[in-house]
Design a protein. Structure first.
Length: 426
């Protein structure tokens, strides 16, 4: 007998994505689920910040010259060329006692990039427009007040928020934390993501497969995607296409912060994942999306039967077993949930655009994510689908570096048209 259907709800891609974003926002409002830890500054790169970082002093801490040149009163340069009296040289890091207390009218001080602008001066003239002869400096270009100076506190005021909780730290975030003296940062712990692959034909990578057996590759593509999205993968043994064994492993997986299953969610006689989850009183948000590859994707939360009351219900995905479907549905649907569990603030999915190299024809009705190669250089981007044998073709996908996003209502796109592109690593 075929598995009894679980009140099927197949959504458009956009609706399915909305459901995901709503759940991600809910998760984030109760965060952090997996706790926080303190790490050294550099180890925080790529991690999600769990503490606010504030300015420990004004940034910049003094009015900073952005040029090598001469600090002047702009009003002295109305008539050109102007000749001013040289009174000091101020280099970057100059101690306070060596900086003149005031630059008077008709006076100037030579100043270096990054040095503090002395009181009295309100602009810096670039060295290119000056010539110095002993104590006299001739200037051939006027400046407006404030030119080539960043005022004290213009970038941030002491005590103001620089980096907020939920930010995934890139190099600029790390630099900012460094600039305010943070040698350690409090970051969110990585959520543990259980990966459960199903199928009687699937064997471990180290096994010698029989003539009709397939090595488990999905657990590894998923583990790589989980790590990149900020999670810690936990690979469970391969589940058989048999209800008891499958159920036992699903219950095991639901103890993690998130459970990803691959395979067993299509309409085949042995596709038992939905059934097993339904028996555990799982809640289903959707049981399919109008996309290709990846149509049978399942998203839900549960199952109370397996967990008792002390823990909140675990989100799960039943991702289709076809390897490219698994990778695509992770990027489209799993990633936001995982990022939310990792403490990261939600963000929208945005596609880039590139010009299509050769015409594509497809059937309408499904939004398609076709493995493709993005090439070109600088402002000239172009993209072309890779020849593939459908959503089981890992080799074709490994040659690709992005997916072309093909709208559900178009039958063809001509060469030279702009198309949406999803980079596989962003
Ligand atoms: P299913 O979703 O279970 O119907 O599987 C669809 C296709 O994906 C079948 O050809 C499976 O053999 C293949 N497949 C399922 N799980 C994996 C896996 N873990 N690694 C590689 N291929 C898989
Ligand atoms: Mg299967």
């Amino acid at each position: 007998m075929f598995a009894a259907p679980v009140g099927s709800s197949v959504l458009t891609f956009e609706d399915a994505r909305r459901v995901i974003e709503e759940q991600a926002a809910l998760i984030r409002s109760n965060m952090p689920a997996s706790g926080t830890e303190s790490v050294e500054l550099l180890a925080a790169a790529g991690r999600v910040l769990a503490e606010p970082v504030a300015a420990d002093r004004d940034l910049p801490p003094f009015a900073r010259s952005t040029r090598d040149g001469y600090a002047v009163r702009s009003a002295d340069l109305i008539h050109l060329p102007a000749t001013l009296e040289w009174v000091a040289e101020i280099k970057a890091g100059e101690t306070l006692d060596r900086i003149p207390a005031n630059i008077g009218s008709e006076q100037t001080a030579s100043i270096m990039t990054g040095a503090p602008v002395p009181a009295g001066a309100d602009a810096v003239v670039m060295v290119e427009y000056t010539s110095q002869h002993g104590q006299r400096v001739e200037i051939t270009r006027s400046v407006v007040s404030g030119e080539n100076i960043v005022p004290r506190g213009a970038e941030a005021r002491e005590g103001s928020l620089l980096l907020d909780r939920g930010l995934r730290l890139n190099e600029a975030g790390i630099a900012l934390a460094a600039s305010v003296g943070k040698i350690r940062l409090q970051v969110c712990k990585r959520p543990r993501v259980a990966v459960l692959t199903t199928g009687d034909e699937i064997v471990e990578v180290s096994a010698t497969p029989g003539p009709t057996q397939i090595r488990n590759s999905n657990s590894y593509s998923l583990a790589a995607q989980i790590q990149r999205a900020g999670g810690e993968p936990l690979l469970l043994p391969v589940a058989p296409d048999e209800p008891q064994g499958l159920r036992r492993l699903i219950e095991e997986g639901l103890k993690a912060d998130l459970l990803l299953m691959t395979g067993g969610v299509s309409m085949g006689r042995y596709d038992l994942v939905e059934q097993a989850l339904a028996e555990l009183q799982a809640e289903f948000f959707f049981t399919g999306a109008k996309i290709q590859p990846g149509r049978p994707v399942v998203f839900g939360r549960g199952g109370a039967g397996a967990l008792g009351r002390e823990r909140r219900a675990t989100y799960f995905f039943g991702l289709p077993g076809n390897p490219v479907s698994t990778m695509v549905t992770f990027e489209l649907f799993t990633r936001p949930i995982l990022e939310a569990l990792a403490g990261q603030s939600p963000r929208k999915l945005v596609f880039l655009h590139a010009r299509l190299k050769s015409e594509i024809h497809v059937k309408t009705g499904l939004k398609r994510f076709l493995p493709a190669i993005l090439s070109g250089e600088f402002e000239h981007s172009e993209v072309e689908i890779v020849a593939w044998q459908g959503s089981g073709d890992i080799a074709a996908t490994a040659r690709a570096n992005c997916y072309i996003v093909f709208p559900a209502n178009r039958e063809s796109i001509s060469a030279g048209e702009w198309v949406a592109v999803m980079k596989s690593n962003c």
